[in-house]
Design a protein around this ligand. Structure first.
Ligand code: AMP
Length: 287
């Protein structure tokens, strides 16, 4: 599956590849990408490969045809992956792209963004007493647990106070989602061939459930001006990636979520807090 990650920049776009890419994925995605190229001229692209396992044959053909047609339309391509062959992909794509193409490992996601944005390493700014700028874009990450609902109320309050734009983001966990159709009593389930139609229909229904949950939360919390976003992938990586892509200035989340209380901070909370570069507010359920 190919999903666009919303980015707040003129000529930079980002896309996440998960699972096995099919002809249908390219048919849905390439016209949108061609539109962006015709609107913006040369673009830069971040491609995030998360649990990405390759292409079917028709999709390889689509990919090569597209690359040949748009050889001159990319300024920079950052390929962010977590497998050795993702790095090979970047090397193999070089002859098909005239601009720069560079590979980054998943834990270098932020370096990849800096490279695309031409951000040079700046000396640490000196801190003075000038007033802090009010928040402009707040993201609240919700998994529909009571913790994240409380976080949503806090985010709405802060957005109202600072006049910030608010996004409610939920991530459909791709591991939960791909394994949802495996029968635990069926020993052959894990080796069954990849079924793109089944995967696409599961993705569609998971997306619909997530959108319904977001709509209900918007209604319950009366967050009328909130924008809603759905990503598919690992919750922590997808949240960090979304925050980085949109350049938001505050991320609000619950200290725990649907997975319970086994640690001081939940695992998503812990990983996001360690890696996000924006301010992060962790909201406990009781205080
Ligand atoms: P956890 O660390 O998984 O216990 O969850 C802590 C917080 O992370 C939750 O209260 C949410 O704010 C956020 N979170 C966890 N999972 C998701 C998800 N799938 N989508 C969006 N936010 C999430």
């Amino acid at each position: 599956m190919l999903q666009f990650i919303p980015v707040n920049e003129k000529n930079i776009f980002a896309v996440r590849a998960t699972g096995t890419l099919t002809h249908a994925d390219y048919q849905a995605f390439l016209p949108e990408l061609e539109d962006l190229i015709s609107q913006h001229g040369k673009i830069s692209l971040l491609i995030e490969c998360e649990s990405f396992s390759g292409w079917d044959l028709a999709a390889i053909k689509d990919d090569v045809q597209f690359s040949l047609k748009h050889k001159h339309d990319f300024e920079k391509i950052a390929l962010v992956g977590n497998k050795a062959w993702h790095q090979w992909m970047a090397l193999m794509a070089k002859p098909f792209v005239q601009g720069e193409i560079k590979y980054f490992s998943s834990d270098e996601l932020q370096t990849a963004w800096d490279w695309l944005r031409d951000n040079q390493q700046q000396p640490a700014p000196s801190v003075d007493a000038s007033p802090l700028k009010p928040y402009q874009h707040i993201i609240v990450a919700v998994d529909f647990s009571p913790h994240s609902e409380k976080a949503a109320y806090r985010a709405i309050q802060l957005a109202e106070q600072s006049g910030a734009h608010l996004t409610m983001l939920t991530v459909v966990d791709d591991v939960e989602f791909y394994f949802a159709y495996l029968d635990p009593l069926d020993a052959n389930a894990i080796t069954r061939p990849y079924d793109p139609e089944l995967t696409a229909s599961l993705a569609k229904s998971a997306h619909k459930i997530a959108q319904d949950n977001l709509n209900n939360l918007v209604e319950k919390t009366q967050a009328k001006n909130a924008e809603t976003e759905i990503s598919i992938g690992s919750p922590s990586t997808s949240i960090i990636s979304y925050v980085e892509a949109t350049n938001c200035d505050l991320l609000v989340m619950g200290t725990h979520g649907r997975r319970g209380f086994s640690r001081l901070l939940g695992s998503t909370a812990h990983s996001v807090q360690n890696h996000a570069r924006c301010e992060v507010l962790m909201v406990p359920l009781d205080n």
